[in-house]
Design a protein around this ligand. Structure first.
Ligand code: BGC
Length: 827
């Protein structure tokens, strides 16, 4: 429906209200004559709206209409309500909570970014045999109050069931004590039916445990961190209040630990009507949590009385992955759950604390993974429309969209350049140039701005940058001060985005722009090389992130690439395969290693369990990706940095490597018309299965190693061509196949039967197996700090571990046994 066809206006309470206080209830009676053929309801609000018709809730959308840049775009939902409209007397109404439009947003306690009160829009179109009648919100609606005493996204909902006006949305209701609604001034042109898909209840979880604590409160564990709320069924006295406090984790003592919510109260309160069992769930809030502590429960709490309700934007699942290492499979699940938890309308950083903002950098880092897990075209298409609208209004790309930040955002890598790399990632996934077309103005406007900011050497060397945000070696209070020079990071990302933009221009047939941005891409690449790279391939700022970016963004020639790859592998090993990268580098390290011949090191990094590492949180029981790898310390206490969200998808970006390298599904052309199937087994993983729903259909890969036997199964949709690089094949066989089912089985002589190694094996032979070498040297260093073994050093290579230990006085008990076990290859 075109905006010009909207009738009526938005309406609100006549006076300010409904923020931090009771949510307004709106209603109106209407008569329906004979001959009704169709009734269509359009619903929208500044706030969160629950529409009702003749006493029944319309639709099952929650948190509607979601969060958009309301000045520019407010979502409208359409319902066919023909079956609910009665001949004769009817009533229509809605409850509207403060939501994002007037509720608290951000960590500084501000509210009312868009309005000072919730406002409603309804339009009911009644099509009769001979005429059309329209009922739309205007001052003929009445407004009152009911059971929703407050509803805050961060703080929770307070609901007093005694105050619910019985039958308020039916025609029998007497609203004489209510007031006339006021017309609320808001441009109807902002109403759009093209906003993001609805947010819904997508899953339910039963408690995995319920513990009654010494003080009588119940602690319920849902076994999974997620976004949503708890539904209760309670039986008790009128006026009794049940309090539900939500948190992601527990203290080491096993009590609720709400600190990761920061100032968000995340507390719901329900006061009972007291007329038999009552079932309730909140409508005007959501929480990010795994645990809920319940106070004031009448009687004994049983599991069927509490249900975890998982809530997020409706999206089609497109990616599945599993492998023989359960920790890696869980890492994948954790990324999936963090994505689900952070796609509640707007792609957000986290779902629990006083933030939950549409941080551009978090999404930009995670986007390639997001496109593998779900079809995000619609939800991110809507968000990109908001980004473009805000960019146009403000003249810059806000770091968080919708923008509620206290200061203007300077152009930065990873955050602001989301306007280029996100459409590019979506285009790669779906192969649809219209995605690029829609964002093209955003892309070029941003790039011309950065171009104007380059120094005389064509480097992006001035202005604020987030750098390698959350590098674990950065000071806790300065997450942008990582080891890698922020302007190196910015210039490296600029090489990537200029290339993406030049390619986008070419795809869209904008030849002049393509030529201009090609030239710019060449210029900034040459500048990066001149400033940061030695001729032989060493980077002046020797960090894992710097090498990973140079390798993955194609900033090196072939010789330099080899040298950089080797140097990267050394640095990763020096860090003992713990993570030493932040938002900028983490998505690329495994890919940079594996693509330069260091598959073993890539797996050692992937499989490291000591903090900070990909698997450390998994070993600590994480069910989502954490903001910091060490958000929870090994002793179970929270890291004190204050940035310890346990549900932040950004660093889950490594997940794309699980699909592309472990399972081996790699796109060779946008939209997957051509693919390379090339699993790169390693790390002792003996099988992996993955599936991905592409624009052409479902691709499925399953490989398995069993002794010397290797098998690969591939299901390929018709119309797709695959180059199949057979994993570990002795002759390096590559096959080319068309759509259909394919199987390869072959024998790799010697596979799995590694040389027998003992305490008497010369070190040079131990070093032949890199995984073994690193685990043995790590163990030695742990027991004998400072011991650094170089397997190429004459005099060392011929030695065995037994000989080495012979030179050390007082070798502690157990060391020999530990080394013997490692050498034998038994895990
Ligand atoms: C958010 C991040 C975000 C960053 C940028 C944090 O508070 O949680 O993920 O990108 O701020 O300033």
């Amino acid at each position: 429906m075109e905006p010009s066809t909207w009738s009526g206006s938005l309406i609100s309470s006549p006076e300010r209200g409904g923020t931090q206080g009771p949510a307004p209830y709106f209603r109106r009676d209407f008569e329906v004559g004979d001959g009704l053929r169709r009734a269509t309801l359009h619903v929208s609000a500044l706030g969160i709206v629950e529409p009702y018709l003749n006493g029944a809730r319309i639709g099952d959308e929650v948190l509607a209409p979601g969060w958009t840049s309301y000045r520019h775009r407010v979502g409208v939902r359409e319902y066919d309500v023909t079956a609910s409209v009665l001949a004769g007397a009817n009533a229509i109404g809605a409850i509207v909570g403060e939501g994002w439009a007037s509720g608290r947003l951000g960590w500084e306690g501000h509210r009312e970014y868009w309005t000072d009160r919730p406002a409603l829009f309804l339009q009911l179109t009644l099509v009769f045999d001979d005429r059309v009648e329209t009922i739309a919100t205007d001052s003929s609606f009445r407004v009152g109050e009911g059971a929703v005493l407050s509803g805050s996204l961060y703080d929770g909902e307070v609901y007093d069931a005694r105050k619910e006006p019985a039958g308020w949305s039916t025609a029998d209701f007497d609203d004489s004590s209510w007031r006339d609604a006021a017309v609320f001034d808001w441009p109807l042109a902002a109403l759009t039916v093209d906003a993001a898909p609805p947010i819904r209840r997508t899953d339910e979880r039963a408690p995995s445990s319920i513990v009654k604590q010494a003080d009588g409160r119940y602690l319920v564990d849902f076994g999974q961190n997620f976004a949503g709320w708890v539904r209760i069924t309670v039986n008790g006295q009128r006026g009794e209040t049940v309090t539900l406090r939500h948190a992601e984790t527990l203290t080491p003592a096993g009590t609720l630990e709400p600190a990761t919510n920061r100032t968000a109260e995340a507390t719901d309160r329900y006061t009972l009507r007291g007329e038999g069992p009552e079932t309730w769930e909140p409508s005007f809030t959501f929480h990010g949590f795994r645990y809920v502590e319940i106070d004031g429960w009448p009687g004994e709490l049983s599991p069927e009385q509490v249900t975890g309700v998982v809530v997020h934007t409706e999206m089609r699942r497109t990616g599945w992955f599993e492998c023989s290492d359960p920790l890696v499979s869980r890492l994948h699940e954790n990324a999936l759950w963090s994505m689900r938890s952070n796609f509640v309308g707007v792609p957000s950083d986290c779902p629990q604390r006083d933030e939950r903002l549409g941080w551009t950098g978090d999404l930009n880092a995670f986007a390639p993974t997001a496109t593998l897990l779900y079809d995000v075209r619609e939800v991110l298409g809507s968000w990109l429309a908001d980004v473009a609208a805000e960019q146009q209004e403000k003249g810059y790309v806000p770091w968080a969209v919708p923008d509620v930040l206290p200061t203007p955002s300077a152009p930065t890598a990873i955050w602001s350049d989301v306007v280029i790399s996100l459409p590019w990632a979506l285009y790669q996934e779906h192969g649809d140039p219209a995605i690029l077309e829609r964002s093209y103005d955003s892309m070029t406007t941003f790039m011309r701005q950065v171009e104007g900011q380059l120094d005389g050497d064509s480097l992006w060397s001035s202005g604020f940058q987030f750098g390698d945000w959350l590098d674990p070696d950065a000071p806790y209070d300065e997450p942008s001060a990582g080891k890698t020079d922020r302007h190196l990071v910015a210039s490296a990302y600029l090489c990537r985005t200029t290339r993406e933009l030049a390619d986008s221009a070419r795809i869209l047939g904008r030849t002049d722009d393509a030529a201009h941005f090609d030239q710019l891409a060449d210029r900034v690449r040459a500048a990066f090389r001149r400033e940061y790279l030695s001729e032989s391939g060493r980077i002046v700022n020797e960090t894992v992130t710097a090498y990973a970016l140079a390798i993955c963004f194609d900033l090196l020639d072939a010789d330099q690439r080899r040298k950089s790859g080797d140097r990267l592998a050394q640095l990763v090993a020096q860090a003992r395969f713990r993570i030493s990268t932040g938002f900028a580098g983490t998505p690329y390290v495994t890919q940079a290693l594996a693509s330069t011949g260091h598959v073993d090191e890539a797996y050692l990094l992937l499989l490291q369990k000591e903090s900070p590492s990909f698997l450390y949180p998994v070993t600590m029981g994480a069910t989502t990706i954490w903001e910091r790898w060490d958000s929870i310390l090994p002793d179970g206490t929270l890291n004190e940095s204050g940035m310890t969200s346990l549900n932040h998808y950004a660093l889950g970006a490594v997940t794309s490597w699980l699909y592309e390298a472990v399972a081996g599904i790699r796109r060779l052309a946008p939209g997957y018309s051509r693919v390379r199937i090339g699993p790169q087994p390693g790390g002792g993983i003996s099988w992996a299965n993955a599936a991905h729903e592409t624009a052409h259909g479902r691709i499925e890969v399953a490989w398995r190693i069993d002794g010397e036997a290797v098998s690969l199964d591939l299901a390929l949709p018709h119309g797709v061509e695959a180059e199949v690089v057979l994993p570990l094949h002795p002759e390096g066989m590559i096959d080319v196949v068309a759509g259909g089912m394919h199987t390869w089985t072959y024998t790799v002589p010697g596979l799995g039967s590694d040389l027998e190694r003992t305490l008497d094996t010369p070190l040079a032979q131990v070093a032949e197996n890199r995984t073994l070498w690193y685990s043995v040297t790590a163990a030695l260093e742990r027991h004998f700090p400072g011991m650094a073994l170089d397997p190429t050093q004459p005099g060392i290579v011929e030695m065995s571990i037994a000989m080495l230990l012979g030179h050390i006085p007082n070798v502690p008990d157990g060391v020999e046994d530990e080394l013997r076990t490692l050498l034998s290859g038994r895990r």
